[in-house]
Design a protein around this ligand. Structure first.
Ligand SMILES: Cc1ncc(COP(=O)(O)O)c(C=O)c1O
Length: 405
């Protein structure tokens, strides 16, 4: 008799996939099982802290479900939602977008997958900020392309290094990605910086993608949407409901196309094809998203005011700790401090994060997970928790630094 022992190997592609923000959770959960108290500063999810989805949006989803709106929607999304999205992008961000050029996705995460899947051929390069939100790096590589990061300058609030960006443009560059405000640095690009990136894109005939998921979470500077400035450059905008509308777990986002000359028509067709294979985003969530965009917006102002206090508090506490320095984030809800003792007390930012977790229970994300070159020697911490938890975490980080440096 044959005894079959089939051991299937994961594909090379799957084995290459990493996501630092959640990968660090595995170690934390192991430690938690031993009884250790974990202070989670790793995930950018306000709803895990003392922020909640506004009641009118919750009522809207309940009403949708009770009213029987539980079927598949069209793949590109419900008509009413695409209209509301186009209206929001036109009025708030100055985009010139029509509802027919909007595709609703299961979060921006899925939109990044569609975008990279539709634009990257093997060997193609995608230019993106370093450090940046990891799925851009991951998906560019997943489709056998290459993520190339342009430097952002820490001493200038992580502003884009335009000379570095231009140097890295090659014949294989298929797309320039702007993430504004940026995750993990909280950098908000100035109007002049965006104009210069667009000029480079126009000069080298490269389309731009702009992720503006934090467009409503801005503290000191003015926010300018890339769409309002992109006149000659074909643009794909990405945005969603997770942050401004506190709908992280509901999973809803979108892509829109601003491209008057039809230069991205084939790519957009590719995105539409990809959207059809996965049927659609959740229908009741889409109904609630119409209410999110059209209903009261007061919670945004309250959330930003609360976050601004926490940002100021966290920045002050981090800057008091010898061995750590941090630029001031002007948007989103992350701090990205530099650890001066990498190469001394710790070999790498990853080792720092593991030891910090093991000794103190404070969970942050290693900076190299956001880009091995421009993110290394840093860590990312969210300033979403209330002041008492932040105080506890920064005291633990301060004591840890004292013990080791
Ligand atoms: C820049 C950026 N884009 C996209 C996402 C993912 O958004 P979504 O919840 O819509 O998938 C995040 C989440 O942290 C992010 O920081």
């Amino acid at each position: 008799m044959w005894l079959l022992q089939i051991v299937a190997q994961a594909s090379k592609r799957a084995r290459s996939v990493e996501y630092a923000i959640r990968d660090v959770m595995i170690k934390a959960e192991e430690l938690k099982r031993t009884g250790k108290n974990i202070l989670y500063l790793n995930i950018g999810d306000p709803v895990k802290y003392d922020f909640d989805t506004p009641p009118h949006i919750k009522h809207a989803i309940q009403k949708a479900i009770d009213g029987g709106l539980n079927y598949y929607s069209p793949s590109e999304g419900l008509k009413e939602l695409r209209e509301a999205i186009a209206e929001k992008e036109r009025t708030v961000n100055g985009a010139r977008v029509d509802p027919s050029n909007v595709i609703v996705t299961t979060g921006i995460s899925e939109a990044i997958l569609f975008l990279m899947g539709a634009i990257v051929n093997p060997g193609d390069e995608v230019l993106m900020p370093g450090p940046c939100y990891p799925p851009y790096l991951t998906y560019a590589g997943f489709f056998d392309g290459k993520a190339v990061t342009y430097r952002t300058i820490e001493d200038r609030g992580w502003a884009p290094d335009l000379a570095d960006l231009e140097r890295k443009i090659t014949k294989r560059t298929k797309l320039i990605v702007i993430i504004n405000p940026n995750n993990p640095t909280g950098s908000v690009y100035s109007r002049a910086e965006i104009i210069k990136i667009l000029e480079l894109a126009a000069k080298h005939d490269i389309p731009v993608a702009a992720d503006e998921i934090y467009d409503r979470i801005i503290y000191d500077e003015n926010f300018t949407s890339v769409a309002s400035l992109a006149k000659d450059v074909p643009l794909i905008g990405l945005n969603g409901f997770s942050k401004a509308y506190l709908m992280t777990g509901w999973r809803l986002g979108y892509l829109y196309l601003q491209d008057h000359e039809g230069r991205l028509a084939e790519v957009w067709d590719g995105i539409q094809r990809l959207s059809r294979v996965r049927l659609c985003a959740s229908t009741p969530v889409q109904v609630a998203a119409v209410e999110a965009l059209r209903g009261p917006q007061d919670h945004i102002r309250e959330m930003v005011a609360k976050l601004k206090r926490r940002r100021d508090f966290s920045l002050e506490r981090i800057r008091e700790i010898p061995g750590l320095t941090a630029a001031k984030p002007n948007g989103a809800f992350y701090l990205f401090p530099r650890i001066s003792a990498i190469g001394g007390a710790w070999e790498s930012d990853e080792q720092f994060v593991t030891e910090l977790l093991n000794e103190t229970g404070v969970l942050v994300v290693h900076g190299s997970g956001f880009d091995p070159s421009f993110g290394k020697d840093h860590f990312r911490a969210v300033f979403l928790p209330d002041e008492s938890m932040l105080e506890e975490a920064f005291t633990a980080i301060g004591d840890f630094m004292k013990r080791h440096t």
